[in-house]
Design a protein around this ligand. Sequence first.
Ligand code: SF4
Length: 561
Amino acid sequence: MSAEAPAKLTHNEEIKAAIPTLAGTIAATFNDPANDHFSDDDNQFLKFHGSYQQDDRDLRKTGKKYIMMIRGRIPGGVMTAKQYGVFDTLASKYGNNTLRITTRQSIQFHGVVLSGLRPLVKAINESLLSTLAACGDVNRNVLAPPTPAYTKAREQVYADAHKVAMALAPETKAYHSIWIDGVQIDNDAAENKNFVDPLYGATYLPRKFKVAFVIPPVNDLDLYTNCLGFIAVVENDNLIGYNLAVGGGMGRSHGNEATYARLADVIGFFTPDKVVEVAKAVLTIHRDFGDRTDRKHARLKYVVAERGVKFMQDEVNKRAGITLAPNTPYKFTTTADLLGWRKAVDGSWFLGLFVSMGRVKDAGGAKMKTALRHVADAFQGVEFRLTANQNIILANVSEEDKHPINMLLAAYGVKTENQTTILHAASMACPSLPTCGLGLAESERYLPGLIDRLQKVCDDLGLGSEEIIIRSTGCPNGCARPYMAEIAFVGKAPGRYQVWLGGNASGTRLNRVWKDVMKDPDIENELRPVLARFAKERNANERFGDWCDRVFLNEQPAAAN
Ligand code: SF4
């Protein structure tokens, strides 16, 4: 009897092995002015450099217009005012004049044509930030708690997040060569052909890898949705260690039950001196055990789900040279950002600014892009912090700067108090159409209007001041973390959404699918009776997501996943 042939590696694995520096022919392509797009293989390499090739889907009927998305690598989402100013200029000069804050505390540029790509990336590097590894089969932007409101230990946690971000960066020299020098390296030269990254090896990871740090009780970056999570344990404002969480992830595919959203398991406690070793241990477990034959089954969450917690504990202990201790008790209470002016624990001020759908732009009466640019230019000591809820915090504001910043923002129509409605503040959407090639339905351009419609339903039912976390994505990949929302709309086709209910406010429970397909015009009529029952039957202070999980969903027939 012949042994079964090993499953074939994916095409991505083959091209990584063939060009382990990840150089592809990217530099050669943009050095020829006749080119307006990259080859399919270069598009895969491009991701490691922080960019996706896309095309404007609104224009497809009249032909294909190639545009690039470029994402910064901004550990913990912390930028100096000067760096923010650079990003603002680049968005106007090369992008579509907007800055898109992402759920990973980064900024994306949309609508960049090929000729603008290199000068844009070069300028980001000159600002001492990078785009390397913002996408691709590597560690992505590391998340860190953005708010200075709760504990001085945030500084220690942020420093660890920064340390881990640097330690997990790939070392290829192709990045510098392409984007700074503009030179195509020789892929056939022995040193390039045989390049092996000291951490990632020659073929990097089977898929992306996501790391987050959080300080309970605040879970403002949905820690359990990450491959690797560090839950800070703080005593008397001092960091004493981390509970380690592994194996979270949002992405799934419609109609494929072998793919699913998963919350991370918390597998033990360790002291902060080992944070880099532990990060490398978990990353290399993904490198060594992740599925390289099926990209839909390649995330670390499937390794953890299939091999179990004990396997992960043993491997982490062995690779990091530690012995994980039992978890230290903790509790999460909220995933929300603090909006408006607040006092930081060090006595300075900070301002949480709501950014609708994460899109910083000048629109209508509110010229947020211009206003923030003026703040960045005039108040160089202010730190710009991007939140994983796609908002901005202006931090390190002195008492004397608070009023002038308020006046400046007000002059451009940007509110600092009562910034938006309770439903909008708790909402989040992925970009989807017209830029994302995977979008099956509208998301960013759709959700604000849908929220206004649902607000009317809530007002009618006496639920007008009820916070309900509502998220949408254009496809099941889950970029806006829809499977944690109290109500989620996940695109299936134009104007059609799968509807999920039952997430919670602390980000500790996955929601469940309620309706496999709902047409846009039916949404209010479908949700109204559910919200009406909630209004009547809820326990005191019970949230919509909790009631759905406790009562409503248990009465519903199982819906397709
Ligand atoms: Fe694109 Fe899907 Fe991510 Fe939305 S969730 S940005 S449609 S990949």
